[in-house]
Design a protein around this ligand. Structure first.
Ligand SMILES: NC(=O)c1ccc[n+]([C@@H]2O[C@H](COP(=O)([O-])OP(=O)(O)OC[C@H]3O[C@@H](n4cnc5c(N)ncnc54)[C@H](O)[C@@H]3O)[C@@H](O)[C@H]2O)c1
Length: 376
């Protein structure tokens, strides 16, 4: 494959999340949806037509073996992410895999080994890191405007009880296990604001409240909160709550550094993403983060290039543009035009703390070391 050939993409889980990427792929010349796979026979033909794929498969391994694919997008339920990623990597087919990377530490280890053996790349599709505010904060942090970051918070509070009726896997893998089962949307952006750092140990607790489903079966404990200490001695607090009755608040973030701080909007019509930076304001005074994209002199300096030149398709893409930019970055990484932005170790740094938090909460909040996948 030369770098100018469009990447032939296969999408597994095409009837669900995997089906969200048609507009993005249509807008990018360097990728085409070649094949799709889904075990749901009834929806397969519809998904094939909706995504404009040439081929459709009910069996994933058959797609990998039969179709002429360069890459796959794994958009199936979480428990299939590792086995399906490994199956592709073993065939040297590049992988863009939905979050989280895996559902157990053991299978994550197997994934890391498979990445080491493969000639193909693995990227985790953590789309929240691409949202405009998160990208601006990343750039401000990269340019040192927060000084040394030493505290951050991320929250993903999203009542998904209703979804569990149509996606039963969620009932177990996201809402049936105490601890953080879905932490990458919160931890992912924060880790990008603390480059070169990683979480080394975590503890996790939750209120003891357990709501019940319609069959009287208890959900996981509500509002699990994980504290993380990092290699550079920063503290990060992550709250994930997928079961409490309340409005959605999936993008709550905070960052505190020696020379500035950021607080995302807490939602509702009255709040804004806001930042204080010592270098711009001697006095403590919030500034609207949007200024960094709206004022031309600021945008030129602090709005990352992908957002400065964002097309209408990118701006309108799902999850604040994340569903567009993650595909662009993946395709560019496959074609060797940019480094892999969320490689296997970055994916592990975002995923493993949540898995270890499940062990911590089972042991009444004990602090537990988070393994470094670079040593596996
Ligand atoms: N990044 C995000 O913002 C975001 C948003 C939604 C979902 N997700 C992730 O995407 C994944 C899928 O979520 P969803 O809401 O689409 O779930 P879903 O259950 O609605 O859809 C999954 C699809 O995969 C198919 N499928 C299931 N097992 C399969 C298998 N073994 N082989 C082939 N196809 C199979 C199902 O038939 C279904 O069409 C999950 O991991 C979820 O965490 C991420």
């Amino acid at each position: 494959m030369t770098t100018t050939d469009p990447i032939k993409l296969g999408i597994v889980g095409a009837g669900g999340r995997g089906g969200y990427f048609k507009k993005t792929c249509d807008a990018i010349d360097s990728v085409s949806i070649h094949a799709i796979c889904d075990i749901n026979e009834e929806g397969l033909a519809t998904a094939k037509e909706a995504l404009g794929a040439k081929e459709a498969y009910l069996d994933y391994e058959e797609m990998l073996d039969t179709s002429d694919l360069d890459a796959v997008l794994v958009g199936t339920p979480m428990q299939f992410h590792v086995p399906q990623s490994i199956a592709a990597l073993e065939r040297n087919i590049h992988v863009l895999c939905e979050v989280t990377a895996g559902v157990s530490v053991e299978e994550c280890k197997e994934l890391v080994q498979a990445c080491k053996r493969s000639k193909a790349i693995y990227m985790m599709a953590e789309n929240y890191v691409y949202m405009k505010p998160n990208q601006i904060v990343k750039e401000l942090a990269r340019q040192g405007l927060f000084g040394t970051p030493y505290y951050a918070e991320g929250e993903y509070i999203h009542d998904v009880k209703e979804y569990a009726l149509t996606t039963p896997w969620r009932r177990h893998w996201q809402m049936g296990i105490d601890g953080l089962t879905y932490c990458t949307h919160s931890l992912g952006p924060i880790l990008q604001w603390m480059p070169g750092d990683r979480v080394t140990r975590v503890c996790c607790e939750a209120a003891g409240v357990r709501q019940q489903d319609s069959e009287g079966k208890p959900y996981c404990q509500a509002g699990s909160t994980m504290l993380c200490k990092t290699e550079k001695d920063a503290l990060i607090k992550i709250r994930v709550d997928l079961v409490s009755d309340r409005p959605h608040a999936g993008t709550n973030y905070q960052l505190q550094g020696t020379d500035g701080c950021y607080e995302s909007s807490r939602g509702g019509p009255w709040d804004k993403d806001k930042v204080w930076l010592r270098s711009r304001d001697e006095n403590y005074r919030w500034r609207d983060l949007a200024l960094f994209s709206e004022v031309p002199e600021l945008a030129e300096k602090y709005l990352p290039e992908n957002w400065r030149n964002a097309s209408e398709v990118a701006k309108r893409a799902g999850h604040g543009g994340g569903d567009y930019f993650e595909i662009v970055d993946f395709v560019n990484a496959v074609q060797g035009k940019c480094p892999n932005p969320i490689d296997i170790h970055a994916a592990m740094d975002m995923t493993l703390p949540g898995l270890i938090s499940q062990q911590s909460i089972a042991e009444d909040g004990r602090w537990i070391e988070v393994p470094d996948s670079r040593g596996w």
